[in-house]
Ligand binder design. Sequence first.
Ligand SMILES: [Zn+2]
Length: 461
Amino acid sequence: MLVRFHGAAGEVTGSCHEVEANGHRLLLDCGMIQGSDEDERRNEDPFPFDVGDIDAVVLSHAHIDHSGRLPLLVKRGYRGPIWTEHATADLLKVMLEDSANLAQMDADRDNKYRRDGKSNHKPLFTKTDVAAVLRQVRGMDYEKPREILGGVTLTLRDAGHILGSASVELAADEPAGRRVLAFSGDLGPRGTPILRDPVPVPRADLVLLESTYGGREHRERQATLDEIRDVLEHAWADQGNVIIPAFAVGRSQELLYWFARQWDEWKMSRWKIFLDSPMAMRVVDVYGRHERLFDDDAQAVWNGRPHPFKMPNLQLTPEVAQSQAINNVRGGAIIIAGSGMCNGGRVRHHLRQNLGRKQSHVMFVGYQARGTLGRRLVDGAETVRIFGEDIRVNAVRHTVGGLSAHAGQSGLMDWYGAIEGRPPVVLVHGEDDAREALAKALDKKLGAEASLSRVGMQREV
Ligand SMILES: [Zn+2]
């Protein structure tokens, strides 16, 4: 068995690893590179392998940096199965269709500005390519081993990162004996709302471990909840609105879960709550179809009152006119809208309406990358430009940490530490300082032989 590293090696996006097992060739993930325009242009490059040689794809979870080049793979001739957990299969449809829409909009905008007749910018992929991907997806349950190729068995285990996220165990009956490769996928922190905690692989000969937060720990969850409660109290006292920019997958649903769970304590019934994100609404539907994956706490909340997605004061606003009508609400509203970093989506309209008012509050609950509107606001910009208009920021800004979807260092160590025999580990999906910190901790505390993947490197299992 052999692994070749093609992406998410020394960076966080573009997850893609190629595996040779028992004479077959597989891909673990086929993710999009995200970042600057220059980084993202690399998505159009030829794949570093022959597409015709790939016999199967295993997808760890639906995030675009793990799944976003699947339409391109299919467009370039891949006709085999794409194995993944059932909920990931459903989320994949939402994610890839959104991604195809964005790609089309980018291409249209580009073509509009360059009318020399020559520049015909085509999107990376279209909805037709996405439909082809979805036809090749094969859903699986966690913990049910399946022989996906002759002598190659796949088992998926809950990774607790987003709904349907999996760690991957590939066992190959090679001539020299049985070899097992474990790939963590992205691991969530313990106690993530709604989701179960990550389940380790029992035994492996080589481990690929994510390391996004390999160099740090998260704060206690209770501190985060207290902070959200305080922001809501403060905003209510000011009689203002609370704008929460949030990612459509995971974070938006998590917020609704907390509102329902803390219903009495946070006096949630007095608010008007809006989920103003068509994509988040589609994800809400996916959650509804996969309640069997929820942890015990969430099962209890879902069976109690109020139901997180059916709170009496929750309004879902799919139509543009409904979204615009929120502009008339001057106070007492909590508005959850995308995009999570404010660089697109409906949240910008709400920011335009609310940033100038000193009674408004903006609560950031997720990572804000450099260069985004969200980051400028978090960094304290006094004026920001939205839709060509300069807006003075008088609203109160809050940054609530601790709601990460990634395990911190001790969570990663615990997941790895539970694997029998502490096999060698290759760190992927992390920037170099995070990977180096994790490698050091793994060596010191667990005596593990840890190395860092590099693009093009290969490693025997
Ligand atoms: Zn992820």
